[in-house]
Design a protein around this ligand. Structure first.
Ligand SMILES: [Zn+2]
Length: 193
């Protein structure tokens, strides 16, 4: 769940909040989760209104209503907002600022698609075409595989570290190098995926 850490000044143009949103949303789209690195830099990301401008004009510049989104999610979300009847039935947008969307409302499957766990998840998945965009499905699948590989390597390294007391100085140095490069890989994965 996104917890805002920035306290920007008050701006008259909502677009000026973009640098603050980038940090608060960890350089990722609030909805599909794709990273700037993967989606061609921050030029392809916009300041998105969770509650659409057309229906909630008072919230146009309210920081709490501004989300960081990729241009595709922004296009699909547009100014769509559930009707009173749909809201009553439990449908609506999954909000990454008030819930862990990919745990509570959606589940990632092994093949890279997502499945809805709730009506909110269903509404969000359908409107944002979360399975209809093949690059997203492929990216999720790649990420799952990379995380599984790195987890397996982490376990092996931890296992080897337990025996390090009996290692020679050279072996300990090699282990430290291995640990360092593994850590760098994990960091890179976190940023790019
Ligand atoms: Zn997106």
């Amino acid at each position: 769940m996104i917890e805002r850490r920035q306290t920007p000044p008050v701006f008259k143009s909502y677009k000026r909040y973009k640098p603050y949103l980038r940090l608060d949303f960890y350089f990722r789209c609030a909805y599909c989760g794709i990273t700037e690195y993967r989606w061609g830099s921050d030029r392809n990301f916009v300041v998105e209104h969770f509650r659409p401008r057309s229906r909630f004009p008072k919230l146009v510049c309210a920081y709490s209503n501004l989300y960081y989104a990729c241009n595709r999610c922004n296009d699909f979300k547009s100014d769509i907002w559930p009707s009173a009847l749909l809201l009553k039935k439990g449908y609506g947008w999954a909000d990454p600022c008030s819930s862990e969307v990919y745990v509570e409302h959606l589940s990632e499957l092994e093949d890279g698609t997502v499945a809805a766990r709730t009506s909110i998840g269903e509404y969000t998945k359908t409107h944002l075409r979360l399975n209809g965009r093949l690059y997203l499905v492929q990216w999720r699948r790649e990420r799952r595989e990379l995380i599984a590989d790195l987890d397996a390597t982490t376990q092996i390294i931890e296992h080897v570290r337990l025996s390090a007391a009996n290692f020679s100085q050279a072996e300990r140095r090699n282990l430290a190098l291995l640990f360092h490069s593994h850590h760098k890989l994990c960091e890179r994965l976190r940023l790019e995926y």
